[in-house]
Design a protein around this ligand. Structure first.
Ligand code: ARG
Length: 470
């Protein structure tokens, strides 16, 4: 849009704040200064804030009723112009706040100039941005609930389906599909509680903090706070205009959530491969290859796996913007919005895509079961049996089991395929009963400790979550 060759001075100074200026800004100054290119996304919040402010100015007698009414109607017209997409946004007017006010003046004339009584763009932008972030927290709340419900449906369908559990991505012990799905329910459940905590903590109104020190007008900050759905006015005007913790908390909750999404996405990439075949992703959430006709690629999962990069990047970027800023407002803080907008857009998209994938995917019960029994996954059950039935110390049982694993490995078979004689060669107290614990079904149903993988435990957790989500 602008480069040094077309740098020039605009002939007139800014209509909003240009009283002491004799010339307008350099084109490059305008380019670096303007935020209207992105903060127009806060138009609805800006107008809501102005309407609340104007109504309060009327109720407190600071403005006359006819001016307040003109402002109210004018703001509604501005909103409908913006919603219809025929609002003439202007970079010369810097940001959404001044664009709205200037247009209001064109529509209603002189009373528009009274709207800014007892407030500043500093409390205005903090209010608008808080309202915007609050909407995102609410959208996140809804999105997370949808994902949790989709996971609960998967968990319920396969509460007792066996599959390998992994550590180090090596077969560890058999678990159930339901248990694995419920692990993600726990993660996204914590994300949900983080979102709700952040919302509760951020819900104070900066409006009326004015530039930084409050105002000498007899405003009613409780009234505007209530009108905008805040729990209370922010208690310190200096803090109110310079606080961006709410955005950082959103980004931090978003980063952790995106990290969870990326872990699940990675599992879906692995599980949907021809080597695993644990799940089949639907055509709706897969793509093909332009050269290899057999391919069905898990692109949505891969992109979700990658999204955490930009979301965590936004969190780091805003933390760096805020770090070391003296109180109160500095223009640095205008750099908060694009990071949050981008992170919010991508988190919402990732949540929706993951919910779609989880809803549509089919878990392949046979492949899961076949994999569950391989890799000596019940070796721990054998060791536990030696402790429980023969009274051996666990360390000895571990050693004996290890020798049986080595024997099975050398024979190219799994533990349940060994004969009783072969078992006895490792410890002659072993009886035929041992084979009961070597089956994966028995293995999982024996893990009845609270939070364990036994189907009865898994079903209890599903029931608990269904109640929480009701
Ligand atoms: N566009 C500005 C921002 O996003 C609004 C606040 C401007 N305040 C000021 N004192 N220049 O932060």
């Amino acid at each position: 849009m602008t480069n040094s060759s077309d740098t020039q001075k605009a002939s007139t100074s800014n209509a909003m704040w240009g009283g002491r200026f004799s010339a307008g800004p350099d084109a490059i100054m305008e380019a670096i200064n303007a935020s209207i290119g992105f903060d127009q996304r806060m138009a609805a919040q800006d107008i809501a804030g102005s309407r609340a402010h104007a109504a309060m100015l009327g109720a407190t007698g600071i403005l006359q009723a006819n001016d307040v009414e003109a402002i109210r109607e004018g703001l509604l017209t501005v909103l409908s112009e913006i919603e219809a997409g025929d609002f003439p946004f202007s970079a010369a007017l810097e940001d959404i706040h001044m664009n709205v006010e200037a247009r209001l003046k064109e529509i209603i004339g002189e009373p528009a100039g009274r709207l800014h009584t007892g407030r500043s763009r500093n409390d205005q932008v903090a209010t608008d941005f808080k309202l915007w972030v609050r909407d995102q927290l609410d959208a996140c709340d809804t999105g997370l609930q949808a994902l949790i419900r989709a996971l609960l449906t998967q968990a319920e369908a396969g509460a007792d389906w066996v599959m390998p559990g992994f550590t180090h991505l090596q077969t560890a012990q058999p678990v159930t599909w339901g248990h694995h799905m419920m692990a993600y329910v726990e993660m996204f459940g914590r994300d949900l509680s983080r979102v709700r905590d952040a919302r509760a903590r951020m819900n104070t109104s900066p409006l009326g903090a004015a530039a930084l020190a409050g105002t000498s007008f007899p405003i009613d900050r409780h009234m505007t706070a209530e009108a905008l759905g805040f729990d209370a006015p922010a208690a310190n005007s200096l803090d109110a205009v310079s606080d961006r913790d709410f955005a950082l908390e959103f980004l931090s909750a978003a980063s952790i959530c995106a990290m969870h999404l990326s872990r699940f996405a990675e599992e879906l990439v692995i599980w949907s491969s021809a080597q695993f075949r644990f799940v089949t992703l639907s055509d709706r959430f897969s793509t093909g290859s332009s050269i290899m006709p057999q391919k069905k690629n898990p692109d949505a999962a891969e992109l979700i796996r990658a999204k955490v990069g930009r979301i965590f990047g936004a969190s780091t970027a805003l933390m760096m913007v805020m770090k070391g800023l003296p109180l109160t407002y500095s223009k640095d803080m205008q750099e908060d919005k694009e990071q949050v907008f981008d992170a919010a857009d991508n988190l919402m998209l990732a949540l929706a895509a993951m919910t779609g994938m989880v809803t549509d995917m089919t878990a392949n019960r046979e492949s899961l079961a076949a994999a569950a029994g391989s890799g000596f996954s019940t070796a721990t059950d054998l060791a536990d049996w030696l402790v429980r039935v023969l009274g051996l110390p666990f360390r000895d049982a571990h050693h004996i089991t290890g020798s049986l694993v080595a024997l099975a490995e050398s024979k190219g078979c799994d533990l349940p395929d060994l004969t009783l004689d072969e078992m006895k060669s490792a410890h002659d107290g072993i009886t035929g009963d041992v084979f009961d614990v070597l089956g994966v079904e028995n293995s999982v149903s024996s893990r009845t400790s609270y939070g364990g993988t036994a189907p009865a435990q898994v079903r209890a957790q599903i029931a608990r979550w269904k109640e929480l989500m009701a």
